[in-house]
Design a protein around this ligand. Structure first.
Ligand SMILES: Cc1ncc(COP(=O)(O)O)c(C=O)c1O
Length: 396
């Protein structure tokens, strides 16, 4: 069967030499990123400080405009920021936690770095954090989340797709409850944008954070924050900087917040990361997210069938509507098997408690998936994993 999405493969050099199954961690680099980075160096070399006025200063917003169509947002609504932990901290820092609205509802399966920010910063701002547990380490019951949201809730801060299991949360349902109770919703969409259709309106998010690093193939340093315009008008982050000032070059001593997405910027932006960040999202837009999603469901279903046939436990949800882009196989000796795969240029990662994580993307062929699983069979059958028993190397 021919796969029309494979026509994009030649845009990604690493696919010539590896089986690249790790787009849940670091998406493959588009070839054209090298040109963009050369352009950055050329501007610095030849335009020098003039480059700020010519376009660098505006890049956190102009690059955000490249992301906006992928999340259903409008122009000038998305701010580029260096990482999601910081973006979530900005959201947190914009709200008031005085009684009776003093509570933030989260889940036990949100990304640890985001949890650290909430635990450390929100509590210092006077917030009480309620963490909804997971019974199985795979999903979080929406009923329990809904019960946890009440008149004390200021913010519901959850993930769209849970990083450990690729479980897709029913965000619209949770957001409906949050809004009915007068709370706001902050969505960490790092594991959905680029592999699942995402629409801030349909989801009911008030804040959405994500990054181009993984499924959007845009490299490190290109994270984004969208704030619902009606909400953004009424609040401003305490965690701020001069790019968020209405007149940054007036160097006024007092803060006067700019409008729209500018309000959510900080200090000097990381320009090289922004040059690299646009190529992947443009390709994803050309491919079309619905086609990316349909292929992802087909290939993750096939991976689950291959794991089942071998008796490996799999944490990825069986219901494809509830499953993101990654399937983790708990094969015996998973850490060592992952190292043996890496040594054969089959790039996967390993996480304790989950096993080998396999993440096909639109550029992955069906043959690569079959061959990777056959290679796992071979590594186990010939005990080739034993060579790596003493290797302490951290897998991607
Ligand atoms: C769901 C989720 N949120 C956040 C992050 C990372 O955030 P940061 O950009 O602060 O490193 C990750 C990284 O893997 C993630 O999976």
């Amino acid at each position: 069967m021919s796969d029309p999405l494979l026509r994009f493969r030649d845009r990604f050099p690493i696919l010539e030499t590896t089986t690249y199954l790790v787009s849940n961690s670091l998406g493959a680099m588009p070839r054209s990123v090298a040109d963009r980075l050369a352009e950055y160096a050329h501007e610095w070399a030849t335009r020098g400080v003039r480059a700020w006025a010519e376009r660098w200063w505006e890049m956190p917003i102009s690059v955000g405009d490249e992301i906006a169509p992928l999340i259903g947002a409008g122009a000038a609504e998305v701010a580029m920021v260096p990482n999601v932990s910081l973006a979530q901290a900005q959201v947190l820092s914009a709200l008031d936690y005085s009684s009776p609205r003093d509570t933030i509802v989260m889940t036990a399966l949100d990304f640890p770095s985001v949890r650290y920010v909430y635990d450390e910063l929100a509590t210092r701002l006077g917030a009480r954090i309620v963490v909804v547990p997971s019974d199985d380490g795979v999903g979080v019951s929406e009923e329990r989340l809904i019960e946890a949201i009440d008149e004390r809730t200021r913010l519901v801060a959850i993930s769209h797709v849970l990083f450990r299991s690729a479980y897709v949360m029913d965000v619209a349902r949770i957001a409906a409850r949050a809004h009915a109770m007068g709370a706001l919703v902050s969505l960490d969409a790092y594991h959905s944008v680029g592999v699942l259709p995402v629409d801030v309106e349909a989801l009911g998010a008030d804040f959405l954070t994500g990054g181009v690093l993984k499924w959007l193939c845009g490299g490190p340093g290109g994270c984004f924050l969208w704030v619902r315009p009606e909400v953004g008008e009424t609040i401003a982050p305490a965690l701020t900087g001069w790019q968020a000032h209405r007149h940054p070059f007036a160097f006024e001593p007092e803060m006067e917040y700019a409008d729209a997405a500018w309000r959510w910027l900080g200090g000097t932006p990381v320009i090289p990361a922004l040059f690299a960040a646009t190529e992947g999202p443009r390709i994803l837009r050309d491919v079309g997210i619905d086609d990316v999603r349909a292929k992802s469901i087909r290939q993750t279903s096939r991976l689950i069938a291959l794991a089942d046939a071998r008796g490996y436990s799999v944490t990825a949800p069986r219901d494809s509507a509830r499953r993101g882009g990654t399937v983790a196989f708990d094969v015996p000796h998973a850490r060592e098997v992952a190292l043996a795969l890496l040594a054969s240029d089959v790039i996967v990662d390993y996480r304790p408690g989950a096993g080998i994580r396999v993440a096909p993307h639109f550029y992955t062929s069906d043959e690569e998936i079959e061959a990777a699983v056959e290679l796992i069979d071979d590594i186990l059958a010939h005990e080739r994993w034993r060579r790596y028993a003493d290797t302490v190397h951290v897998v991607s």
